[in-house]
Design a protein around this ligand. Structure first.
Ligand SMILES: [Zn+2]
Ligand SMILES: [Zn+2]
Length: 234
């Protein structure tokens, strides 16, 4: 969250619409964002909201094999959540991480504790891209969540060794190929039973899968994921 000095220099703004609001999230955004929380029936694999209770998996998860075991996200990736994450990622609004983390733990803390991860692994950025941006948004979110739940964040366990093309330009198959040799595990000496991978957005799951695959290759038994937002399932 913002420090006292930041609060004095900059007025408090709503993390969704960006308008000045002394209480943080404004009333209009509170309503919109509440409706985007994932509380109803959801996919047993990726956690996307699904239409019917009887439906175990979303359309994607019945057709695509995932390396991770299960995951959960806080919101459906729609306005005003998508704009908030955009500013968090590209416009240096890194203090949003504290807000997202407390919301995530409030909604899904019980589930995360049940998964019992020994470490949290943020999805790494390629070093050059990280230098350019100045920070890795997944890492600062991971640090905030780790702090609240008292779980170690292993920032250097997985490294991104290839500067991949932006995923949004590619289809499903190409996304997978693009990430095939993107990640390596650097510190694999520990016998880990459960790891929680954290990223900002889940789109097709290709990035999280690529990280999960290298973790499973070194013997991690269970890989879970957590993201701020995810697409709607069918
Ligand atoms: Zn607002
Ligand atoms: Zn799914």
């Amino acid at each position: 969250m913002k420090t006292k000095i930041q609060e004095l220099l900059w007025p408090v703004t709503c993390p969704f619409c960006g308008k000045i609001n002394q209480n943080g999230v404004c009333l209009s955004c509170t309503k919109k964002v509440e409706a985007l929380l994932i509380r109803g029936p959801r996919c047993l694999k990726c956690g996307k909201p699904v239409r019917y209770k009887e439906q175990e998996y979303c359309y994607d998860c019945t057709h695509i094999w995932h390396h991770y075991d299960r995951g959960i996200s806080l919101w459906v990736h729609r306005e005003p959540v998508s704009m908030s994450i955009y500013r968090f990622k590209y416009h240096n609004q890194r203090f949003y991480a504290g807000f997202y983390a407390s919301k995530i733990v409030q909604e899904h803390g019980v589930l995360i504790r049940k998964w019992n991860p020994q470490v949290i692994v943020p999805v790494p950025l390629y070093p050059k891209r990280r230098r350019k941006r100045g920070y890795n948004q997944a890492e600062i979110l991971a640090v905030e969540i780790g702090r609240i739940l008292g779980i170690t964040v292993a920032k250097k366990m997985v490294e991104r060794v290839q500067n991949t093309r932006p995923q949004k330009m590619l289809d499903n198959r190409k996304r997978k190929q693009n990430l095939e040799r993107a990640f390596v595990v650097r510190t694999a000496s520990l016998k880990l039973k459960s790891v929680l991978v954290i990223d900002d957005i889940y789109t097709t799951g290709a990035t999280i899968d690529a990280v999960a695959r290298v973790l499973k290759d070194v013997g991690v038994q269970k890989v879970y994921f957590l993201t701020i937002s995810i697409g709607q399932g069918y």
